[in-house]
Design a protein around this ligand. Structure first.
Ligand SMILES: Nc1ncnc2c1ncn2[C@@H]1O[C@H](COP(=O)(O)OP(=O)(O)O)[C@@H](O)[C@H]1O
Ligand SMILES: [Mg+2]
Length: 254
């Protein structure tokens, strides 16, 4: 190969911002010539590699912007540890049809059973499939809305929270709300109602929601909107954290 043409090809790839391809092109061309591929197959293979690289870079950016507290995928989830959990039903959520349908997922169960793990796995999958995602705890969300209200920016903040295709609200139920705060949450749920999906996790059963919100009517209104077109997954089982501690011998065997 002519050295000048070869160097120009490398420079052109850099000029076109195809930096990944520039590092891979020599190997790709060598593999292709060894396998006696047609020119169309070679070009197709090269473009394919670039597209895969770009898509994974965009997905990684989405994952960073989502601000997950930890990264775990569903294949790291031991379904055998939660025999009462319907594995097929959980896995079917990963078709992400619920996002297309602007529906919600509500994960309910005691601490440590994997609600956050499943919610994050769904979020990561959403990012990988092109959906903008944002993760927050319920407490952080309410605090953000409270401060925004104080600064006369509530409407704008609510708009920000209605933008991502998927909003994950983790750990609802640890803190009871005042009337004003529950109204903020109602406005948020209303602003996303049938427009964008929410994955919500809670350690409280629906019957206990009246303890989180100061008025039964507001609890009912929130529940109505969240539950319409939603998949509800109840996890009844032992905490995985306790399992890990048992393994380390931190609990006495009974
Ligand atoms: N069935 C499981 N298989 C693998 N890891 C699990 C399982 N359940 C929980 N975990 C892990 O245990 C820890 C606590 O789970 P988490 O999802 O935070 O529980 P929850 O949100 O229900 O309190 C996390 O590190 C999570 O990845
Ligand atoms: Mg959790």
């Amino acid at each position: 190969m002519d050295k000048v043409i070869y160097e120009r090809m490398h420079n052109n790839l850099l000029k076109l911002d195809l930096c990944h391809l520039e590092t891979r092109i020599d190997g790709l061309l060598e593999d292709s010539s060894n396998s006696k591929k047609s020119i169309v197959e070679i070009i197709e293979g090269i473009l394919d590699e670039e597209i895969t690289f770009r898509e994974s870079r965009i997905a990684n950016t989405r994952i960073k912007l989502a601000r997950f507290p930890f990264i775990k995928t569903i294949d790291q989830f031991e379904f055998t540890f939660q025999p009462n959990l319907d594995k097929e039903r959980v896995l079917s959520l990963f078709s992400l049809n619920f996002i297309e349908e602007k529906g919600n997922v509500i994960l309910i169960g005691p601490p440590g059973v994997g609600k956050t793990h499943i919610a994050i796995s769904l979020g990561i999958s959403a990012c990988q499939h092109g959906y903008t995602t944002y993760w927050t705890t319920f407490q952080e969300l309410i605090e953000t809305l409270r401060i925004a209200h104080k600064q006369n920016r509530l409407k704008r903040k609510l708009q920000t929270f209605s933008k991502p295709k998927l909003l994950i609200i983790d750990e609802m139920g640890y803190l009871p709300l005042g009337i004003e705060e529950s109204n903020f949450f109602f406005q948020l749920v209303s602003s996303r109602y049938l427009k964008g999906s929410i994955v919500l996790t809670s350690n409280r059963n629906f019957s206990e929601w009246v303890d989180i919100f100061p008025q039964e009517s507001i609890a009912a209104a929130i529940l109505d909107r969240l539950c319409e077109n939603s998949k509800i997954i109840k996890i009844i089982g032992e905490s995985y954290r306790i399992k890990s501690k048992k393994k380390l011998g931190l609990f006495e065997k009974t």
